[in-house]
Design a protein around this ligand. Structure first.
Ligand code: ATP
Length: 292
């Protein structure tokens, strides 16, 4: 049996949950010119991963994320999710397959005049096949996952930004997707709320194994949350690496910045550990205890 290691988390030959093959997307600008937002880009994302897409503004990150669930249809290339090429599916088939691709957004996109429970139940209701009791139980389960059971009867206006994003996560998870696509999910949040939300996303990934793909412009988000990162420049994938891999010769400034953040955190953790050791030793000496 082939075993995954922390540095190579995917056993050789493992089939990716998402495979983009030479995807291409252009837009026509108001002046009639064509703009290539994503250029012949290929990428594999494996089941259970937390995968960051980063790059400067306009690099094509959000377009790439929206290509994964075909909110944007590629001009060329294949988008294979769970072994199916989404570009070949009928509308009805695509609607069904989108159930396996949950999505959250920077501005939460909740239904304002519906309660938290109804927001989370929404994807279950529009896709039918669920009894009232099943829907109710699933809503509660998803709100528990994001720590928001107590807000089940609240309306979005009564919630903080972080709580709204948690409701959006619960709603995205309700149909049991394989993948959660996150488009700048923490951009509207302060840094403390961001940290809490990242912890929630990490827990969810660990507990239910959902694959997370996240677009962000905040490098600490990549460093704290992601296992893999892909760096985009002008619609092309220029670099990809495992965030916890030893620092290496990186091709991009963003890659080097991520390495520096990882190194700094490792150093801080070591210093904190050493400080704890010193404190323990000093304490022991103070109390006249022999310290081995
Ligand atoms: N519907 C559209 N019509 C025309 N141009 C578009 C459209 N959507 C995106 N673009 C252009 O494509 C390019 C890539 O956009 P995209 O939103 O994917 O970039 P991004 O890397 O996510 O940027 P940001 O971090 O600023 O959100 C941008 O120049 C954008 O203006």
């Amino acid at each position: 049996m082939t075993v995954a290691s922390p540095l190579h988390p995917h056993p050789p030959g493992a089939v990716p949950v998402i495979r983009l093959e030479s995807v291409q997307k252009s837009f026509t600008l108001p002046n009639g010119e064509r703009f290539d937002a994503v250029r012949a880009l290929s990428l594999d994302i494996h089941a259970g991963d937390i995968f960051g897409l980063i790059g400067k503004s306009g690099a094509g990150k959000s377009t790439l994320l929206r290509l994964i669930n075909l909110l944007e249809r590629p001009d060329a290339g294949r988008v294979v999710v769970g072994g199916r090429d989404l570009t070949t599916l009928s509308r009805a088939e695509l609607r069904g397959t989108r159930q396996s691709l949950g999505m959250i957004f920077q501005q939460f996109n909740l239904i304002q005049n519906a309660t938290v429970a109804d927001n989370v139940a929404f994807p279950l209701k529009i896709h039918g096949h669920h009894s009232r009791a099943e829907t109710k139980a699933r809503v509660r389960e998803c709100l528990e996952l994001v720590g928001l059971e107590s807000k089940i009867d609240s309306y979005p206006a009564q919630l903080s930004g972080g709580q709204k994003q948690r409701v959006a996560i619960a709603r995205a998870l309700a149909p049991r997707p394989q993948v959660l696509l996150c488009d700048e999910p923490t951009s509207a949040l302060d840094s403390e709320t961001t940290q809490e939300l990242l912890a929630t996303l990490r827990d969810i990934n660990q507990q239910i194994g959902v694959t997370i793909v996240i677009v962000t412009h905040e490098l600490p988000v990549v460093e704290l949350l992601c296992r893999q990162v892909a760096i985009l420049e002008q619609g092309e994938l220029v670099e990809q690496f495992a965030v916890d891999a030893p620092p290496a010769q990186r091709l991009t400034a963003l890659g080097r910045e991520i390495d520096a953040l990882v190194r700094r955190r490792a150093r801080d953790a070591q210093e904190a550990l050493a400080a704890t050791g010193h404190a323990t030793r000093a304490n022991a000496v103070e109390q006249g205890v022999a310290y081995a």
